[in-house]
Design a protein around this ligand. Structure first.
Ligand SMILES: NC(=O)c1ccc[n+]([C@@H]2O[C@H](COP(=O)([O-])OP(=O)(O)OC[C@H]3O[C@@H](n4cnc5c(N)ncnc54)[C@H](O)[C@@H]3O)[C@@H](O)[C@H]2O)c1
Length: 272
């Protein structure tokens, strides 16, 4: 019987591949026999090339390319390089995203202190940073009449979290874009084109470290609130996302589009 989860030989392109989540995710897809393209910024080239070396040493297939997800020309160059090396794109993981301190409204601040320039940057990275790679790479999927696009949403896609105003607005817009694009691609190009999101719960990473950990490494009050509201009673780990991503990337989810799969230890559904 056909193994719907078999993704051996598929070409996976991931933006944000050198990040905290990306580093785990690209290694997982390579271990499934995928050809993995790691897209990262120039300044992350050492990490990207290190991951590629690790994947190759384990018998996998991968390449690292520098990019800027806000620059269409850079993405078009990436597309040319990917097609030359691997011939196609089957799966696009839009992993770039994140928050920045100045875009937050701290406990001792009010909306009158909001830094709109930083907020605009957070919109750009989380929304345009997912739209532009899709615009450039999805053409190949349309030509193939098949492809799976996965956007990295967040707990703040569903309900705003205190402090992170800009991030919440951006991630809820990304959820809306995910749903909109699912309808748009399927109606115009057929049911082989699928767009879904993943909404990770709280995982310790660079972008949230200062909100979740005190300088001495102990948990902040915010962390205690999060963990207290998480039925698992802990933060998630990056490797807890890969099964959900595999499902969305593979034919096992061939009837699924426009959904956002929550992987959060129960945070989002929990009340009291
Ligand atoms: N870590 C969490 O708890 C968590 C929770 C929910 C959602 N997410 C989302 O998951 C995704 C990955 O999160 P992470 O924790 O791995 O973040 P991260 O900051 O570790 O990784 C993001 C990567 O994107 C890259 N990047 C930023 N701007 C870029 C640009 N213009 N062009 C190319 N690359 C750029 C960064 O260099 C970084 O390597 C993000 O979208 C994030 O919002 C994370």
């Amino acid at each position: 019987m056909e193994n719907l989860f078999d993704i051996k030989g598929r070409v996976v392109v991931m933006t944000g591949a050198t990040g905290v989540l990306g580093s785990t995710i690209v290694k997982y897809f390579a271990a499934q026999g995928c050809k993995v393209v790691l897209l990262g910024r120039e300044k992350s080239a050492d990490i990207g090339n290190g991951l590629v070396a690790e994947i190759k040493a384990a018998g996998g297939e991968a390449m690292f390319l520098t990019t800027n997800v806000l620059n269409e020309d850079a993405l078009k160059q990436n597309l040319a390089d990917i097609l030359k090396a691997y011939g196609t794109i089957d799966i696009l993981l839009n992993g770039v995203g994140g928050n920045m301190g100045p875009a937050n409204v701290g406990p001792d601040q009010t909306i009158f202190d909001m830094d709109l320039e930083a907020t605009r940057k957070v919109f750009d990275i989380n929304i345009i940073g997912a739209i532009l790679p899709t615009k450039v790479f999805a053409k190949v999927m349309v030509d193939n009449k098949k492809g799976s696009i996965i956007n990295f949403c967040s707990m703040s896609s569903f309900r705003p979290l205190t402090r992170v105003a800009g991030y919440g607005m951006a991630k809820s817009a990304l959820a809306s874009w995910t749903e909109w694009l699912a309808g748009e691609l399927a109606t115009k190009f057929g049911d082989g084109l699928r767009v879904n999101g993943i909404a990770p719960g709280f995982i310790l990473s660079n972008q949230n470290r200062s909100l979740l950990l005190n300088p001495d490494g102990s948990l902040t009050d915010r962390s205690h609130k999060i963990i207290g509201h998480t039925p698992f009673g802990r933060f998630l780990e990056a490797d807890e996302l890969v099964g959900a991503l595999h499902y969305l990337a593979s034919d096992a989810s061939k009837g699924v589009t426009g959904t956002i799969l929550v992987v959060d230890g129960g945070f989002n559904s929990f009340s009291i």
